[in-house]
Write a protein that binds this ligand. Structure first.
Ligand code: FES
Length: 163
């Protein structure tokens, strides 16, 4: 962990202790995940307990607490998406990427990461666009009305199948 970039992020905020979400988002944007070291460092720097910061990081499903692949695929498992085939979408993504082992983590999330670390797959609760169910997010892009037959085309946008 490079403390300099965290210092830089903290310097953007006047009252960092009240801006934890923004700080954690900025760190994740840079590192793609929140390491324990980074959380401890933030805790020391802004005087908020590690347990408080950790509970925020684990509460929000968009925070990752372990290293992940270059592209993160999140399959929504909220009710609307679930009834419109989210499980089948997830299973097919796993099949196409060749990932099938559930690597549950201490924060209760799981990431299935391809051997080449190009993709990580996980699930999310709801992206707030239920009318487009089933919904899949890849990095910052939302795909709605996803059909199983569309998956290869979508994944190819991120380099799937090139190797
Ligand atoms: S339930 Fe999937 S976006 Fe809301």
């Amino acid at each position: 962990m490079d403390k300099r970039y965290i210092d830089k992020i903290l310097s953007k905020y006047n009252e960092p202790s009240g801006k934890l979400l923004g700080i954690l988002e900025d760190i994740q944007e840079k590192e793609k995940y929140l390491s324990k070291e980074a959380l401890k460092y933030v805790s020391e720097k802004i005087g908020v307990s590690f347990s408080q910061i950790y509970s925020i990081a684990t509460f929000y499903s968009f925070f990752n607490l372990q290293p992940v692949g270059e592209h993160i695929i999140s399959v929504c498992m909220g009710t609307a998406c679930h009834v419109r085939g989210a499980v089948e979408i997830l299973n097919n993504i796993q099949y196409l990427l060749g990932v099938g082992v559930d690597e549950s983590t201490e924060d209760g999330k799981f990431f299935l990461t391809t051997e080449d670390k190009h993709f990580s797959v996980n699930t999310a609760r709801c992206f707030g666009c239920c009318s487009m169910a089933p919904v899949v997010r890849i990095d910052d892009k939302i795909y709605g009305y996803v059909k199983i037959k569309d998956l290869p085309k979508i994944l190819k946008e991120y380099g799937w199948g090139k190797k």
